[in-house]
Design a protein around this ligand. Structure first.
Ligand code: DAT
Ligand code: MG
Length: 153
């Protein structure tokens, strides 16, 4: 079993629209394990670092001002193949292309307001980088979910 940790964030639009619970619930129901969570407001420096790969894109300033515009709920989730599985549950970056049943496909319409962030499985190491950026090691908790014996063979 290849257990992984991935960084997930309910973006400011999700917080304002009361979708934190829905997002947490979907990941919990799937069997993923919450190992860290932080309700916080991102400052400009953290926003620029988190989205550094997009610094040269035309949407960068809009993206950083959006992500700093209100509180977010930052999380770390653990499980088998967690990075890719969360990306599948999120759906396509552009909610207009996201399949129904995915979080973006069910709760968003606009590319710039797509409710959730998750580490990119096509960018190896981005999960560790993002987790380190948002969490101190002692904010992540190792524990067993009582249903783990029923989630994994
Ligand atoms: P993802 O969030 O699916 O990993 P990404 O890393 O390519 O997507 O982009 C980060 C965020 O930037 C994305 O969630 C929404 C925004 N974004 C991406 N492409 C955009 C574009 N062409 N115009 C406006 N915003 C965009
Ligand atoms: Mg990305």
């Amino acid at each position: 079993m290849t257990e992984e940790r991935t960084f997930v964030m309910a973006k400011p639009d999700a917080v304002q629209r009361g979708l934190i619970g829905e997002i947490v619930s979907r990941l919990e129901d799937r069997g993923l394990k919450l190992v860290g969570g932080k309700f916080m407001q991102i400052d400009d420096e953290l926003a620029r670092e988190h989205y550094a790969e997009h610094v040269d894109k035309p949407f960068f300033d809009g993206l950083t001002s959006f992500i700093t515009s209100g509180p977010v709920f930052a999380m770390v989730w653990e499980g088998e193949d967690a990075i890719r599985q969360v990306r599948q549950m999120m759906g396509a970056t552009d909610p207009a292309e996201a399949a129904p049943g995915t979080i973006r496909g069910d709760y968003a319409l606009d590319l710039g307001r797509n409710v959730i962030h998750g580490s990119d499985h096509e960018d190896p190491g981005s999960n560790e980088r993002e987790i380190d950026l948002f969490f101190d090691p002692d904010e992540l908790i190792d524990y067993e979910r009582i249903d783990e014996g029923w989630l994994y063979e």
